[in-house]
Design a protein around this ligand. Structure first.
Ligand code: SAM
Length: 313
C-alpha cells in the first residue's frame, strides 16, 4: 500500500490514507481525481476548529502576548452547551427503538457506497486484515490517527460523509504517521449495513461527539433512535460513544441495553493527566468548560445472520 497518500474520487467514494507532508505549514492534499496530489495551504477549519486551533496555537507559541491569547480563546473556547427542552431521555425513545428492532431497514444504498466500501475493505485486507476499529463520523480524522497510534495491532477505518473534512490538510498532526488506518468518505447508514452484510465485525467501534440533534422533534436523527441502529448493535464489539450532552449518552445507553441486552457503563469523563483530547470537538468542548460524558459497552456480535432475519430475531 502506498505509504504516502491515496485518494481516488474516481472510485465514486473517497479513500485517503493521508500523509504527513507538514512542511512549512503546507500539507499534501489531493489535487483531483485519480490519485494525483498538489501542495497547498490547508484551509482553515472553522467548522470544528481543528486546523484553526492549530494555526492559532502556533501563533500563541510564537508571540505569547495577552491579545493573541485572548483572540485565540475567543475563537476557540467559545462553544455553547447543548440546549434542549428535554430534561431526561425522550419519552418516545423506547417505542421508536422497538419499532426499528422489529422492522427491516430497506433504504437503498447511495450510488457511491459500493465503491467507497470496497475500497476501504480492500485497504484493510491489503494491510493484513488486523482486528478492525471503526471511527464513525471521524470528521477531520484526528481520532482515526490517535486510535491507529494507540492500537498498532489493529486497523482503523475512519468514516465521514464530509469529503472536505477528510481531505483537508493534516499539518496539525505532530506525531508519527501511523500505517494502520484509512479514511473513507461514506454514509454511515450504508457503511454499517454493508459491514454487517459482508460478515465483518469490528473489534472496537467509536462514535465520538455525534451531532446531538437536541430538539424534541429531532429524536429520530440521533444515532440510537435511527433505523440503522439495530444493525450497529448487531455488529458487536466494544462500542464507545462520547458527547457533551448527558441526555444523548443516557439515551444511547438505554437503546444499547434494549437492543444488545448488555448494560453499558455510563460516566462523566474527561482526559486525565497527559492524555490529549481525542478529537477537535472534544478539545473545543473541554476548552469551553463543558462536561463530557461517555458510555462504553461490549456487545455480542451476530455472525451468519442477514439484515432481514435480524429484524425477526
Ligand atoms: C459533530 S462532528 C464530530 C466529528 C469528530 N468525531 C469530532 O469529534 O471532532 C459529527 C461528524 O459526523 C459526520 N456525520 C454525520 N452524519 C453522518 C453520516 N450519515 N455518515 C457519515 N458521517 C456522518 C459529520 O460529517 C461530522 O463530521
Amino acid at each position: 500500500m502506498n505509504v504516502t497518500a491515496r485518494y481516488n474520487a474516481g472510485l465514486t467514494g473517497a479513500l485517503w490514507r493521508g500523509c504527513p507532508g507538514a512542511d512549512n505549514g503546507r500539507a499534501r492534499v489531493p489535487a483531483r481525481a485519480g490519485g494525483e496530489f498538489c501542495h497547498r495551504r490547508p484551509r482553515r477549519d472553522r467548522s470544528n476548529n481543528g486546523e484553526f486551533r492549530g494555526f492559532f496555537a502556533t501563533r500563541v507559541r510564537e508571540c505569547p502576548s495577552l491579545i493573541t491569547r485572548l483572540f485565540y480563546f475567543r475563537m476557540f473556547a467559545n462553544s455553547r452547551t447543548v440546549a434542549s427542552a428535554q430534561t431526561g431521555p425522550h419519552d418516545k425513545l423506547a417505542a421508536l427503538v422497538d419499532r426499528h428492532r422489529d422492522a427491516v431497514f430497506r433504504k437503498p444504498l447511495a450510488a457511491y457506497s459500493a465503491g467507497a466500501f470496497d475500497a476501504a475493505i480492500a485497504a484493510w485486507r491489503n494491510a493484513g486484515a488486523a482486528p478492525l476499529i471503526i471511527d464513525a463520523g471521524c470528521g477531520v480524522g484526528e481520532s482515526t490517527l490517535r486510535l491507529a497510534t494507540q492500537f498498532p495491532d489493529h486497523f482503523v477505518i475512519g468514516i465521514d460523509q464530509s469529503e472536505s473534512r477528510i481531505v483537508r490538510g493534516k499539518d496539525w498532526w505532530g506525531g508519527e504517521w501511523p500505517e494502520n488506518f484509512v479514511w473513507v468518505r461514506a454514509d454511515l447508514v450504508d457503511f454499517w449495513r454493508q459491514l454487517f452484510e459482508a460478515g465483518i465485525r469490528p473489534a472496537r467501534h467509536y462514535l465520538l461527539y455525534p451531532n446531538p440533534w437536541p430538539k424534541i422533534g429531532q429524536l429520530a436523527r440521533r444515532w440510537h433512535a435511527h433505523a440503522v441502529f439495530p444493525t450497529v448493535v448487531a455488529l458487536g464489539g466494544v462500542l464507545e460513544c462520547r458527547s457533551n450532552w448527558d441526555i444523548y449518552i443516557e439515551e444511547m445507553a438505554l437503546a444499547l441495553e434494549w437492543l444488545g441486552g448488555v448494560q453499558p457503563v455510563v460516566e462523566a469523563w474527561a482526559p486525565e493527566g497527559d492524555v490529549a483530547p481525542m478529537t477537535p470537538f472534544e478539545r473545543k468542548y473541554l476548552a469551553s468548560g463543558h462536561g463530557l460524558h461517555r458510555c462504553v459497552v461490549t456487545l455480542p456480535s451476530s455472525l451468519d445472520v442477514s439484515l432481514d432475519s435480524l429484524a425477526r430475531e
